[in-house]
Design a binder for this molecule. Structure first.
Ligand SMILES: CC(C)(COP(=O)(O)OP(=O)(O)OC[C@H]1O[C@@H](n2cnc3c(N)ncnc32)[C@H](O)[C@@H]1OP(=O)(O)O)[C@@H](O)C(=O)NCCC(=O)NCCSC(=O)CC(=O)O
Length: 473
């Protein structure tokens, strides 16, 4: 019997920039890009309500989506390009050659749209049929690997909605760059639907300014690039691909979205600020991002308690880690345009003992640790950058790590192709990577959506703690 969420493939094609519109271009990787070479591909879904039958979608909407995608690739060509990894010591780089294109698969799904986009816990495997696979890498006779950087999937849910799914390599684009691409594609599509002029895509709002590709703006006075490359080569030579089947990894996992409302965030901020006053401490950096991360970090550790205690003694002195990235486009001594296309992220780690996190003042301690790290970025976002890769490797091997994907500042729900805001956006890879995903809330200004993928037992525990504690805020 077919699974409710199985999809039927309607068409497979390749879409690239219009022929002869982009010259052959090679982009070097900067020290900001190299750490992402070994990162799993990003998997992002956007769901839209669209009450049309499949034939209408195929005849009317699909041609516009394809045409606007091609026009968008003309400016965002790295996403239609390949990552070229020649044998050491030649450097990996991104190469666009005329004719390069991204794989686009069109599918149809008879599953229940409302269930698929719901916030309540659902089988983590439910979203995977909508995630496109990247074309496999090619290996040239001289052992150069040619790796496609992005693929797309459009799934139509007859008479209810569509899903735009994208898989892309983080080495090509960070969150800001990727969502710039998405909003530009949406803007061009919208203009075609409205019959507006396409003379330029940079005349309506900041989100559709043209991307900036010149990598010379990234200065590297401390020589991070050669060191990161050396570490990547060492790491890649011993790296073992995770060959487990996705269904095995996700067999017991469920995913859910938790919403932290504006009122909750306000009260949480107020509570932390008052604690500072009561204890006569210096004010902390109490942003929405910081308080949300602190709260979720603490609840995640508390929700694991029952599982940990079943198998082992809890070591309260053990260090637990939290990792987030910070957009450096306005945080460096040298100017980087806000439209810079590539990676421009500082990698930040904080750690606390388990007892500090689960104790009475756990959220306060977590706010202090994360907030201080954000504040440190003001005095030098590249401070300690030489340890980014080593920290990453060591800490991920230690375990006890919570990482963040997405951000509430990327405007995910502003991605409007001409038929309204997304009903839901999901970061699918968190179910394997173990990260939490953050986004602004689609339904409430100032609220935050937190995406989680946990074992069924942990999700139940997390849900109970979240509902109980939120009522006390
Ligand atoms: C370092 C940070 C994570 C956290 O810094 P902060 O704690 O200071 O929080 P912040 O920068 O969001 O905002 C701080 C304050 O600035 C103001 N502020 C900032 N941006 C604003 C905006 N767009 N609109 C309105 N206010 C804004 C608010 O007052 C806010 O407080 P308040 O919040 O209280 O109102 C962030 O600055 C940052 O760099 N975010 C981007 C991270 C990123 O790019 N991630 C994507 C990874 S790639 C990826 O994951 C791929 C993918 O997504 O597909």
């Amino acid at each position: 019997m077919a699974q409710p969420n199985s999809v039927k493939v309607l068409e497979i094609c390749q879409i690239g920039p219009p022929p002869n519109s982009v010259p052959t271009t090679s982009l070097p990787l900067t020290f900001f890009d190299i750490p992402w070479l070994l990162c799993r591909p990003m998997q992002r879904l956007f769901f839209y309500e669209l009450p049309y039958p499949t034939d209408h979608f195929k005849q009317t909407i699909l041609p516009i989506l394809k045409h606007s995608l091609s026009l968008t690739f003309q400016h965002f060509f790295p996403l239609a390009s390949n990552l070229i990894c020649p044998p050491q010591p030649l450097k990996p780089h991104i190469l666009y050659t005329d004719g390069d294109s991204a794989l686009l698969t069109i599918t149809e799904c008879m599953g229940n749209f409302d269930h698929i986009i719901a916030n309540y816990p659902r089988d983590a495997r439910d979203l995977h049929p909508f995630v496109p696979q990247l074309n496999p890498a090619r290996v040239l006779p001289d052992n150069t690997r040619v790796v496609p950087l992005m693929s797309l999937q459009l799934t139509v849910f007859p008479n209810s909605g569509i899903c735009i799914g994208l898989t892309f390599c983080h080495v090509a684009a960070d969150g800001r760059a990727f969502h710039h691409f998405m909003k530009s594609w949406a803007s061009i599509c919208r203009k075609i639907i409205m019959g507006d002029s396409l003379d330029c895509i940079d005349n309506d709002s900041n989100s559709t300014l043209l991307p900036f590709h010149n990598r010379d703006v990234v200065k590297d006075p401390n020589g991070l690039e050669p060191n990161f490359l050396e570490e990547w080569w060492n790491w890649a030579s011993t790296w073992k691909e995770d060959t487990r089947l996705i269904n095995d990894v996700l067999a017991d996992k469920v995913r859910a979205t938790f919403v932290l409302g504006q009122a909750h965030i306000k009260r949480l901020k107020h509570r932390i600020t008052s604690q500072c006053v009561d204890k006569e401490l210096e004010p902390l950096h109490v942003s929405t991002f910081v308080v949300t991360c602190a709260l979720i970090w603490v609840y995640l550790i508390k929700s694991q308690d029952s599982r940990v205690s079943k198998f082992s003694d809890i070591d309260n002195d053990e260090l637990y880690y939290f990792n987030f990235v910070a957009d450096c486009r306005n945080r460096l001594e040298f100017p980087i345009p806000s439209t810079y296309f590539g990676n421009c992220l500082a990698i930040c780690f904080v750690s606390l003992k388990r007892c500090e996190l689960v104790g009475e003042n756990g959220i306060f301690s977590a706010v202090k640790a994360i907030g201080n790290k954000v504040r440190e970025l003001e005095s030098g976002a590249l401070e300690g950058a030489e340890k980014w890769l080593l920290d990453w490797k060591e800490i991920s091997e230690l375990g006890h790590l919570v990482t963040v994907a997405g951000s509430p500042r990327l405007g995910v729900y502003e991605t409007d192709f001409g038929w309204g805001r997304p009903k839901k956006s999901e970061v699918v890879q968190i179910d394997v990577s173990g990260a939490i995903s953050l986004a602004e809330c689609g339904d409430e200004d100032g609220a935050i959506e937190v995406g989680l993928a946990l074992s069924r037992e942990n999700m139940d525990n997390f849900n109970a703690i979240f509902q109980h504690d939120l009522n006390l805020l």
